[in-house]
Each structure stands twice: as C-alpha cells, then as structure tokens.
Design a protein around this ligand. Structure first.
Ligand SMILES: CC(=O)N[C@H](C=O)[C@@H](O)[C@H](O)[C@H](O)COP(=O)(O)O
Length: 237
C-alpha cells in the first residue's frame, strides 16, 4: 500500500470546507481551520478548491485530499467532474484527488475511466467518492487508490439515511482490495469508532468539525427541546 494511505490507517481525516455564502468561506480561514484540525490530531485534510488546497498546504504538514465542487449545466456530477479540475488540484499541490465515482454521465462526456487514469498519469492518488456498493466495486476495478462513502444519501438511488451509511462501509470494506474510507454525516466520536469497527480504513468528518453554524444549530436545538420539556411549549418569554 502507498505510504500516504498507510499513514491514514485507523485515523481521523478532517474535511475543512466552506462554500461561497457560508460564514467561514475563504482560503485563509480554511487554512486556519486545517491548522486547528492538525493540532487536534487529524491525519489529513480534505479540502474544496485549488485556492483552499494551496493555502492549506502552506499552513499544515498533513497530506491534503483535494476536490473541486463545480456545477456544469449538462451533468449532476459536481465533485471534480472533469479533467480541468484535476489539473487545478494537481497544480495546487493536492496529494490525493477526490472525485465523483458514480456511473452518472460527466460534463462533456468524459468517462470515469479516463478521469482515474489521468490522475494516475499525474502521479497522484485517487479517492473515489461513491454512493452504493456497486459503484464501490466498479471503482475498485479501475485501480483507484481508495474509495469513500461520501455520496451515500446524495444520489437519488442511494439510501437517504440520517446518520452514516455503515452498512455500505462494512459491505465495501469486505468486497474491495483497496482501503474504504467512511464519510458522510458522522457527528459523534462513537460513530468514528463504529465506522472503524465496520472495517473503515479511516474516517472523514466534515461539518461536525468545520461548519460552526451547523454545530451551533445542534446545541441551539437542544436548548429549544429542553424548554419544550420543561414548559411544555416554546420559550415562554
Ligand atoms: C455530499 C458532499 O458533497 N460532500 C462533500 C464532499 O466533499 C462535503 O460537503 C462534506 O462535508 C464531506 O463529505 C464530509 O461529510 P460531513 O460534512 O457530513 O461530515
């Protein structure tokens, strides 16, 4: 196994992403978030956009998994959809490139096979973001470096779960020769343990670490529910 992937075994990867419109959007801010994640013990950072990857590479010593979220009019694929995004991430210094590895059509008709071999040609590792076991198995046959359950719940044909898809983690880990990463809706430390017990090579946590507006909402919601319990109705004053 590649040395970087070896280094990620049984560890936490922090996804540090803030899209335009989110309060923490901006590469300098994401670099600081990545630094905080490094201090907290993350083994790698997953980041969106060439600008963020570049800023994060400067700020931390960890491997960076890069992706570019970009919408194209002719496709539902938005995570590193074309060769152009691979070029951007390679130039920015990403160590691994995460890409949508579903079988859905890509912009301009570029194939998943071409995407994976293009990443290999550039000497980089690939993380195949999948939503089902079938997609995981197919990505495995293409020679991806690892697979991540990122897209379970985000394609119309995958289970729409509230929590992480640990059934998929377990099935994919049992079926594939490459590492399977658990990713998506992991909110609690106990779920990290459960994912590793299910066979995950490593675990990616995003929003629960790096989206403070969502973290705050969970606590605010808890306060609202407590008031309901105490007073039987909404905040009375
Ligand atoms: C579906 C999709 O676009 N996922 C994105 C992939 O990079 C990110 O928005 C997520 O934050 C990341 O996958 C981590 O997941 P969570 O934030 O649930 O821990």
């Amino acid at each position: 196994m590649n040395a970087i992937l070896q280094q990620l075994r049984f560890t936490l990867i922090a996804s540090c992403q803030a899209l335009p419109g989110e309060p923490l959007h901006g590469s300098e801010i994401m670099a600081r978030m990545a630094l905080a994640a490094q201090e907290g013990g993350a083994s790698a950072i997953r980041a969106n956009s060439a600008a963020d990857v570049q800023a994060i590479k400067k700020a931390v010593s960890l491997p960076v998994i890069g992706l570019v979220k970009r919408d194209y009019p002719d496709s539902d694929v938005y995570i590193t959809p074309t060769l152009r995004e691979i070029d951007e991430l390679a130039e920015a210094g990403a160590d691994l490139i995460a890409l949508d590895a579903t079988r859905r059509p890509r912009p301009g008709g570029v194939t998943l096979e071409r995407m994976v071999s293009y990443i290999q040609e550039r000497g980089l590792l690939s993380m195949a973001d999948i939503s089902t076991l079938e997609e995981a198995v197919y990505a495995g046959t293409l020679g991806v470096s690892c697979v991540s359950t990122t897209l379970s719940g985000y394609t119309p044909y995958s289970p729409q779960l509230e929590g992480p898809d640990l059934t998929l983690v377990q099935a994919a880990a049992a079926a594939l020769p490459v590492p399977v990463i658990a990713e998506g809706r992991i909110q609690e430390p106990g779920q990290v343990q459960a994912a590793l017990q299910a066979g995950a090579h490593a675990v990616v946590v995003g929003s629960a670490i790096s989206r403070p507006q969502l973290i705050t909402r969970r606590f605010a919601e808890a306060a609202r529910k407590a008031v309901m319990l105490i007073h039987g109705n909404e905040r009375p004053y």
